[in-house]
Every structure is written in structure tokens, then in C-alpha cells.
Design a protein around this ligand. Structure first.
Ligand SMILES: [Zn+2]
Ligand SMILES: [Zn+2]
Ligand SMILES: [Zn+2]
Length: 279
């Protein structure tokens, strides 16, 4: 993430704010300003994705802007989503992996990033409602979206997103929790994340009272010490009457049918509820 609010600037803007031509040249020479193309500069503190978007002719938007803003994003990092506005101009550049967005709105110049509600609408259209829901709950959690922003979003999107907005909460602790709550929403389960379970520690998700869901893959669970630690956690959980299901992120994202069936089979046997097991 860039450590400056105006990561990308232009010759015109610099001149308008009183920077002399000589000072601009001096800043280019010292590396404080990095020319991206004619008349467009990145500040030294600008990160690579922001520079890439500016080279392409726009600003980060959609999931790229959400990730850059510190919100949870399901889609893996890779493509750079670039907001061209309604009248932008796309430029060729080396290493381009840009996905262009052309929705129009007023902004100061081509390098202004979208507001969080607009970002969310871009995500809805570009990635679908699940990604939208996860970023939305993250924005609510961080108090980054206002009631007015939500009202705009309701008016500017579709019934599916309105269902997601109605269902969203401001206390989700992880993107994984948001995703599982959304996908399991018709089953009326209580799902919490980052719960501190006695003798086990903090678990990824707890369904009901006793069903622990661990999602491996965010950090490395494959080396021997981690594997040993995971086995110890599972054993301790069992001793204290918990049941653990362990998935990796790839399964959750790409083989949801299997994950859902495993969870719902346990739930069907009442294994998520206190005091109903052992028969
Ligand atoms: Zn940045
Ligand atoms: Zn996009
Ligand atoms: Zn590009």
C-alpha cells in the first residue's frame, strides 16, 4: 500500500500547486518523482499496482482497490483492475495485466480511486455477489462505508446485492467467515470466526457450539512442526468435546460441494450442538 495519498500525480497538477518546472526536474533527478509516461509521475512511495494502473491510464478499482485499501478480498492477487472512467484512454505498457473498468463518475482526474460504494459495485459486476459480500462485510467491520453509501449501493445495484446488503453484518472477523456465512445462510447456523476455544486456542470458525472449521493454506501448514501443532489442536479439541473439520482454501473456493456436504452432514447429526453427541 502506498504511503502517500497522491501516489500518482501529473505535471499539470504539480504546476497548479505551485511546483516550479525546475523543482519538478530536480525531483525526477532525485527519484522522488518517477516518470510513468509523458506528464505523469509516481511518487517514490507509490506501490507497483498503483503505478501499473497509472501506466495503463487510470486508477486502481474493483478488487485491486479494495485490497489496496486494506479490505478482505477473495479473488487472488494477480490482475490489476483499472478504472478508466467514462472517457479514459488506455495506454500500452510493459507487463500489462490490466482489467479495464469503464463506469463513469465525476472525479478530479484519471488517477482518483473510486469511493468504497463504487468499488463495491464494480466488484459485484466484475466478480459476483460472493466477492461483493466479503468486501462489504470488511468495509462495515472497518466502518469504511456510511449509511448514505449503503443507500446509494442499494439504489445503484440489483436485488441480489440488496439481499447481500440486508444480510451483511459489521462484526465478521475474517473473509472466510463472511464467505461461509453467505454460502450457508439458508441453514440458519451460528457461525463465528476467531473464537478462542479452551485448550485449543483461536480457531478459524466455530459453527454452533462445538463444530470447529479450520481453513489451512493462509499460512504454511505443511511443514512438520505445523502439522504436529495441527494434530495436537485437533486432539485437544476432541478431548474437550469439539469436532474439527479441516479444509484448505482451494477446497473452500473450488470444491464447495464437498465442503458443504461435510459440514451439513455433521450438522445433520447434531455434532455442532453442545450436549447432543455421544449416541
Ligand atoms: Zn499502494
Ligand atoms: Zn474488476
Ligand atoms: Zn495495463
Amino acid at each position: 500500500m502506498c504511503e502517500t495519498w497522491d501516489a500518482v500525480t501529473t505535471y499539470g497538477r504539480l504546476r497548479a500547486s505551485g511546483t516550479s518546472r525546475r523543482r519538478i526536474s530536480a525531483q525526477v533527478a532525485s527519484g522522488a518523482l518517477v516518470p510513468l509516461r509523458r506528464g505523469v509521475y509516481a511518487r517514490a512511495a507509490a506501490c507497483d499496482t498503483v503505478r501499473m494502473a497509472a501506466k495503463h491510464g487510470g486508477a486502481l478499482c474493483c478488487t485491486s482497490a479494495a485490497r489496496h485499501a486494506g479490505l478482505w478480498v477473495l479473488a487472488p492477487e494477480g490482475d490489476v483492475h483499472v478504472w478508466m472512467g467514462g472517457h479514459g484512454h488506455a495506454y500500452e505498457h510493459d507487463g500489462c495485466c490490466c482489467i479495464e473498468h469503464w463506469d463513469d463518475a465525476q472525479r478530479a482526474d484519471s488517477f482518483g480511486q473510486p469511493s468504497i460504494p463504487r468499488m463495491l459495485r464494480q466488484i459485484l459486476h466484475c466478480h459476483g455477489v460472493e466477492d461483493f459480500f466479503v468486501v462489504l462485510e470488511s468495509a462495515l467491520r472497518q466502518r469504511r462505508i456510511t449509511d448514505a453509501g449503503l443507500a446509494w449501493l442499494r439504489a445503484a445495484t440489483n436485488p441480489t446485492s440488496r439481499e447481500a446488503i440486508a444480510y451483511a453484518r459489521s462484526d465478521a472477523d475474517s473473509g472466510l467467515e463472511s464467505l461461509l456465512r453467505w454460502r450457508l445462510r439458508h441453514h440458519g447456523l451460528r457461525i463465528r470466526s476467531q473464537v478462542n476455544v479452551v485448550a485449543v486456542g483461536v480457531v478459524d470458525l466455530l459453527i454452533g457450539d462445538r463444530l470447529i472449521i479450520e481453513a489451512d493454506g493462509a499460512s504454511n501448514h505443511d511443514d512438520l512442526p505445523s502439522r504436529h501443532k495441527d494434530r495436537m489442536r485437533d486432539a485437544n479439541a476432541a478431548i474437550w468435546g469439539y469436532v474439527t473439520l479441516r479444509f484448505d482454501y482451494a477446497m473452500i473456493l473450488h470444491d464447495w460441494e464437498t465442503v458443504e456436504m461435510a459440514i451439513l452432514t455433521h450438522v445433520g447429526r447434531g455434532l455442532h450442538l453442545a450436549g447432543r453427541a455421544g449416541r
